[in-house]
Design a protein around this ligand. Structure first.
Ligand SMILES: [Mn+2]
Length: 225
């Protein structure tokens, strides 16, 4: 079996960690790589992360999902949210990575295009992938954006999804740096930007790889102890 389905957690502008994680998993052309969203905000490398992901599209089957921070940026670029409102929600950090304090015109068209093509969710035969959370009783296509993009697991871990598939989510950062495995739900936001780790999970083999924010690869022992 050489076609893998690998999910990557919340990147938040940690481009060096992302680059090293992609090296670590030895990415192959026929891998399906699902990035769980929140490419921008918090960290200082939002622009570099989007540049890297756009290039990554040529190296694998990349399935980028939309996170709440990406949603806000897309909303500004669509004209649905004022830049001023965005600034108070982390937008200034994002714009800073483009070398500007306030000029959204500094964001290239290729980045707007990428954000417009991010999905709210993705399903494989055995798993489904979403940035934040889900409704156990609803198809993902019928679930509201607040749940998919914003709902935190601190509000309670949802029951198993009616589909019987395992959920793979980000958003609810695990400050321990360890993934949260509730069997029917796995959270792989391992808080890279705040001193944790960036995680990749092969959902079929259950292989896990992690790197620190500076790109240092963690050993098997560090990941699982
Ligand atoms: Mn998030």
């Amino acid at each position: 079996m050489n076609e893998r389905t690998i999910a990557i957690g919340d990147i938040h502008g940690c481009t060096e960690a992302l680059a090293q994680l992609v090296n670590t998993i030895e990415l192959k052309r026929n891998d399906t790589l699902i990035t769980l969203g929140d490419y921008v905000g918090k960290g200082d490398g939002s622009k570099g992360t989007l540049d890297f992901l756009i290039e990554l599209q040529a190296r694998c089957n990349l399935v980028p999902l939309l996170g709440n921070h990406d949603f806000l940026m897309r909303s500004v670029l669509r004209g649905d949210l004022s830049a001023g409102a965005w600034f108070s929600l982390g937008g200034q950090t994002v714009l800073g990575s483009y070398g500007t304090d306030s000029d959204t015109a500094a964001i290239p068209e290729s980045h707007r295009h990428f954000l417009e093509h991010c999905r709210l969710f993705f399903e494989s035969p055995t798993h489904f992938f979403v940035h934040a959370c889900y409704d156990p009783s609803l198809p993902l296509a019928e679930t509201d954006e607040r749940t998919l993009l914003w709902k935190h697991l601190a509000e309670g871990i949802p029951s198993p999804h009616w589909s019987g598939k395992t959920a793979v989510v980000g958003h609810s950062s695990q400050d321990s740096g360890k993934t949260l495995d509730a069997a029917h739900l796995i959270c792989i936001d391992t808080a890279c930007v705040t001193g944790g780790r960036l995680t990749a999970l092969d959902v079929l083999s259950a292989d896990v790889w992690q790197v620190a924010r500076d790109g240092t690869r963690l050993s098997h022992k560090d990941i699982f102890q």
